[in-house]
Ligand binder design. Structure first.
Ligand code: MSP
Length: 646
């Protein structure tokens, strides 16, 4: 069985986790789950980086010992990872004995192999925020070039690592292994950084105590990055039985944020080369979550707390948002609006409604039992090709770290299934006993497409995928299935569905933003139209009369001109449980294609009429402009198709 070892960076314990940390770990978890579905034996490691000056200072500022601070913060990581449904196999803390022994062993290998370590004096700039040394030339107004943290002047005795010696071997490794650093733009940055020359690296510190003491010279403690990077092998019992180390090293992927790529793609491979340890197969860097165009970080005070998001949104919604919204490798801006939009549009409207609509149709027509598709599926007409395309897109995309693109391929299947139902009109088929077989295959295909969708979304939304399968009557968890081969038709006819709670509840955007206090201020809203004088002759109606009018949300799925009538359009309007054809006099303002996909308000209980020989079953609401042209009434955000408008 092939093996797959994926790691996250280990997180500093100076503060609680934020959404940036959660992102790296969610991506690693998604990769771990995906590779398990590919039948690989996966080892997924995360943990905490507990030594260093930053932790020592933070603890002192809080009146704690460093280990007391680490013990407290590590609990928050454990709790958050549990809440986010992480499936890591191990969690390493750098204060653990197995780690410290591993660091000493790695260092011992380096010293025993040559003269890569020597004693000298470090004179220069140190950034405590990054726990990194910077050359004079890179300091900008007393701040580090990467993150703008204040730097301090250091002058201390230090052990050095002969990094300069590894410039050529590293460049050769990058050239021989083009997939060692991903994405390519980052790879180019590293190549040019290394090409411009490498200075030896200070490997020990003497001005504070919170670290692993140097063997034979305990005045010195290990530079925190040497200590931290070693976690990827120390967790595999590198200094113990080495069982896991033999099975899983070299790692397949070290997943990191772009800010720490240099440590992983330059220092770490150089240390490993010096110790004669094989190099990891790849280092994959993602971008940053930004808030107001700045990196989200505790020191800037602009962080999003994952726990507070999880109080309001389901774990699956948060995971989906993180994976869908960020184009992997690039930066992305976090916004509450975008998260709500993903929840309401992609999850509740597109997928959630499709599930409830399909299950309802199965209940109404087949007593809640999956019908036999029989041999009636006309070749190439069913949903199998769309499902195969989604499967290819998802598997291919995930292998390339294009999670966002992969998920949009899956959503193409969701749309295709929605469209299929609209076009096949199962509610009409149900009314015609002679077409029962056709109804059977239409609903079978829709249900089977949902089974495939459940499997494809399971690495990202494990709970919703399990619940979706449960509602389809499947006892198994998609996590136990295989993604190695596309299979169509695994949903057994005769399966009894188990319709349940809606999978993706809608979020009330207004209420949510108002509670957070981030709603658009009144002054920024468009000016309210000037009220016309009330027409005193207009008779008032009471609420009961108004209630007689059934207004419903409809989605235009098709539109075309009515021949010989300049102003008329023929629209197909999806109401969730049926599709209505209506005729509307709006062609002077709207091109047919501009209407497709729009959500409108439909007077649903208007008596049918025949206009120019075409049946119209409803009327859409619109306002008349000064030229007498109609502007349709629509919604300022996506709403549930079929919902009542009051
Ligand atoms: N302790 C080091 C890593 C040592 S690995 C041997 C460290 N820790 S960290 O807690 O500061 O950051 C850990 C990870 O979180 C990094 O990959 C970093 O890129 C990521 N993120 C922190 N803020 C982030 C965003 N705003 N957006 C996305 N990820 C970012 O560095």
């Amino acid at each position: 069985m092939s093996r797959y070892y994926v790691t996250t960076p280990i997180y500093y314990v100076n503060d609680a986790p934020h959404i940036g940390h959660a992102y790296t770990t969610v991506v690693a978890d998604v990769l771990a789950r995906f590779h398990r579905l590919l039948g690989e034996e996966v080892y997924f490691l995360t943990g905490t980086d507990e030594h260093g000056q930053k932790i020592e200072d933070s603890a002192a500022a809080k009146g704690l010992t460093p280990i007391a601070l680490a013990d407290a913060v590590v609990q928050r990581y454990h709790a958050l990872w549990k809440r986010l449904g992480m499936t890591h196999n191990d969690f390493i803390r750098t204060t653990e004995d197995r780690h410290q022994r591993g660091v000493l062993k790695l260092f011992g290998e380096i010293t025993s192999r040559g003269d890569d370590i020597y004693k000298g004096r470090y004179e220069g700039w140190y950034c405590k925020g990054c726990e990194a040394f910077y050359p004079e030339s890179q300091i900008v107004e007393g701040k580090c070039p990467d993150q703008g943290h204040p730097v301090q002047r250091l002058s201390e005795e230090s052990y050095f690592f002969r990094l300069s010696r590894y410039q050529e071997p590293l460049l050769k490794h990058y050239a021989d292994n083009p997939s060692f650093i991903f994405p390519e733009t980052r790879r180019n940055e590293i190549v040019s950084f290394v090409s411009s020359g490498l200075k030896d690296l200070s490997l020990s510190r003497t001005s504070f105590r919170w670290g692993i003491p140097f063997p034979g010279d305990p005045q010195h403690i290990f530079y925190v990055w040497f200590d931290a990077l070693a976690n990827y092998i120390t967790a595999l019992e590198y200094a113990g039985s080495q069982d896991l180390y033999r099975q899983f090293w070299p790692a397949d992927v070290h997943l990191v944020g772009k800010d720490i790529l240099r440590f992983h793609a330059v220092y770490w491979p150089a240390f490993l080369m010096a110790a004669g340890v094989p190099l990891p197969k790849s280092v994959v860097a993602h971008g940053w979550w930004l808030r107001d165009a700045a990196k989200m970080s505790k020191s800037r005070g602009n962080v999003i707390e994952p726990n507070s998001l999880l109080d309001d949104f389901s774990v699956d919604a948060v995971r989906y948002f993180l994976m869908r919204e960020m184009a992997f490798g690039q930066d992305a801006s976090y916004s509450d609006e975008a998260l709500i939009e993903r929840c309401n549009s992609d999850l509740a409207n597109d997928l959630g409604n499709l599930v409830s609509r399909t299950l309802k149709l199965l209940e109404n027509s087949f007593g809640g039992v999956v019908p036999d598709p029989g041999s009636h599926s006309p070749r190439g007409e069913g949903l199998a090709p769309a499902a195969q395309a989604a499967w290819n897109g998802m598997v291919g995309g995930f292998k390339e770290y294009d999670f966002s693109g992969a998920l949009s391929r899956v959503w193409e299947l969701v749309s295709a299934t929605n469209k299929f139902i609209v076009e096949k009109e199962p509610w009409k088929l149900a009314a015609d006993p002679a077409r029962r077989d056709e109804l059977g295959w239409v609903l079978y295909d829709a249900a089977e497409a949902l089974r495939v969708t459940g499997l494809l979304i399971s690495p990202v939304m494990p709970r919703a995928a399990r619940a979706l399968w449960g509602q389809l009557g499947l006892q198994r968890d998609p996590a136990e299935e295989s993604l190695t081969e596309f299979e169509w038709g695994r949903l057994a006819p005769g399966t009894r569905i188990a319709k349940g709670e809606s999978l993706f509840p809608r979020i009330d955007k207004k209420a949510y933003l108002a509670r957070l206090g981030t709603e658009t201020p009144e002054a920024a809203k468009p000016a309210a139209p000037i009220a016309r004088e009330t027409n005193v002759d207009e008779a008032s109606i009471d609420i009961e009369e108004f209630r007689k009018i059934r207004l419903r949300v409809g989605k235009v799925t098709a539109a075309e001109k009515v021949e010989g009538a300049k102003k008329l359009l023929k629209l197909q309007v999806d109401l969730g449980d049926e599709v209505r054809q209506i005729i509307s006099g709006i062609a002077d303002k709207y091109a047919p294609e501009a209407l497709v996909g729009k959500q409108i308000v439909l007077v649903a209980n208007l008596k049918p009429a025949t206009i120019r020989g075409v049946e119209s079953r409803g009327m859409l609401l619109a306002a008349e402009d000064a030229e007498g042209r109609a502007t349709i009434v629509t919604f300022d955000e996506a709403v549930t198709v079929g919902a009542t408008v009051r």
